[in-house]
Design a protein. Structure first.
Length: 75
């Protein structure tokens, strides 16, 4: 019972020291930001690796007329 009474008497002192105009994210905010930054970095690294493996060669347009080679056009 005395611990509860002591706690209730200390709460107003803590409330007076708290500046309501100064709010900071603290350690938890930093940890969350660091985890998100690490996750984005890992995703970018994975994306670059996967994009490097893609071999893309564009197929010719079937509606376009066939290109005549330069050697045959001189004859």
């Amino acid at each position: 019972m005395s611990a509860h009474l002591a706690l209730t008497q200390l709460v107003p002192f803590a409330a007076e020291e708290l500046d309501k105009n100064k709010v900071t994210p603290g350690v938890l905010g930093f940890v969350v930001f660091a985890v998100m930054a690490l996750a984005v970095w890992m995703l970018m690294k994975s994306m670059n690796r996967h994009m490097g493996r893609v071999s893309f060669e564009e197929a010719p347009d079937p509606a376009a007329p066939a290109a005549v080679p330069a050697e045959n056009s001189k004859k």
